[in-house]
Design a protein around this ligand. Structure first.
Ligand SMILES: [Mg+2]
Length: 111
């Protein structure tokens, strides 16, 4: 066991945080009080109609700077390019972490 390790955690927004905000709020508060850093990394766009709901809910806990909008790009790649290495991903669509929904030439994959 590796007790006492500080982690960077990512909590997805749609169909993860939104399924039970009270559960995740308690989890996030607990995680942060133990020294962990929590991000909300979502495949939503950076348009206000996508960001406002995130900033006004989970963003109030993790902070606006820790809300990251990949616009469909692989979450792992997007975070890595921002020099953020997430240790633990919490996500209802794990394929979005690796693959995203956008191909290398920018095509959106609708699934
Ligand atoms: Mg999701």
């Amino acid at each position: 066991m590796d007790l006492g390790t500080v982690m960077k955690l990512s909590v997805d927004f749609d169909d993860t945080y939104t399924k039970d905000p009270l559960l995740w709020d308690a989890f996030i508060k607990n995680a942060m009080s133990r020294g962990h850093t929590v991000y909300c990394i979502t495949a939503r766009s950076t348009e206000p109609y996508d960001t406002d709901e995130v900033y006004d809910s989970i963003g109030l806990l993790v902070g606006r700077d820790n809300c990251i909008f990949t616009a469909g790009v692989s979450k792992r790649r997007f975070a890595w390019e921002k020099k953020i290495k997430i240790d633990v991903w919490i996500d209802d669509s794990p394929e979005m972490i690796m693959d995203g929904r956008v191909t290398m030439d920018g095509l959106w994959i609708p699934y």
